[in-house]
Design a protein around this ligand. Structure first.
Ligand code: GRF
Length: 232
């Protein structure tokens, strides 16, 4: 897809796109969903994607409400962001659970109790089990720092550098049992520069993640609400 402008406009919000960036598909619009789609966000780390979801909602780019942030790691920075923006959060520490299933069931219970409609894994460093996947079929999405199906699994950015590819990127996809394998919702390409370190590349990939994740949420939210209407 050809992108002529450096700045991409979506609902009057201009994104500062590097001239070599490419997002596809770029057909998303922010549907007016009434009531707003209820999101559950799962995070384990810095929470920069979580923060951009919040900003997109504040900018009216994303018509959603974050019902809960769930973290598995009590030290993760995402908690600070939840406090800053007054988003409800809960720590469900996997170290306190006897099994992966027990942890998954606690997460699931929380999501269900709040009637979450769409679950966003925004840097959730855990493999989710079938219970959550089946319960949230087509309503559970993940962001991964590579152009899937290349470089699945951990340290995807380093994998791309090691393979000496010249273009990598990020992908938002539905979650299924096999890690980083569900249907792709949206991708952004990011060129690897000769002088790139893992850190400089990561910065540019994350910049694109912050753009495509809210777009993907809008897209999936629209689908969820449409299929709900169809069933009525
Ligand atoms: C992102 O790079 C995402 O692709 C990966 O984990 C990272 C999370 O970053 N799954 P942050 O916590 O949102 O800053």
């Amino acid at each position: 897809m050809k992108q002529e402008n450096k700045n991409y406009m979506e609902n009057n919000i201009s994104y500062d796109l590097n001239e070599h960036s490419l997002i596809s598909p770029l057909d998303s619009e922010s549907p007016l969903l009434e009531p707003k789609i209820r999101l559950g966000v799962l995070a384990s780390g810095n929470g920069s994607n979580f923060e951009y979801i919040i900003k997109s909602i504040q900018n009216n780019q994303l018509n959603a409400k974050i019902s809960i942030l769930i973290v598995n790691n009590p030290d993760c920075l995402a908690i600070k962001k939840a406090i800053k923006y007054k988003i409800p959060y809960v720590i469900i520490n996997h170290r306190d659970c006897k099994s992966r299933l027990e942890h998954d069931m606690l997460v699931l219970k929380k999501l269900e109790a709040l009637s979450v409609e769409l679950v966003v894994m925004a840097g959730w460093m855990r493999i989710v089990g079938e219970e959550i996947i089946n319960r949230f079929k087509n309503r559970l999405i993940n962001i991964h720092p590579s152009l899937l199906p290349s470089f699945k699994g951990i340290d995807a950015i380093q994998q791309a550098i090691d393979k000496r590819v010249t273009i990598t990127g990020c992908t938002v996809h539905y979650v299924q049992k096999e890690v980083d394998s569900g249907s792709i919702i949206i991708q952004a390409a990011v060129p690897i520069k000769e002088k790139d370190s893992k850190e400089t590349l990561k910065k540019r990939i994350q910049h694109m993640e912050h753009i495509i994740l809210p777009l993907a949420i809008s897209k999936v939210a629209k689908k969820i609400r449409t299929s709900f209407k169809d069933k009525k």
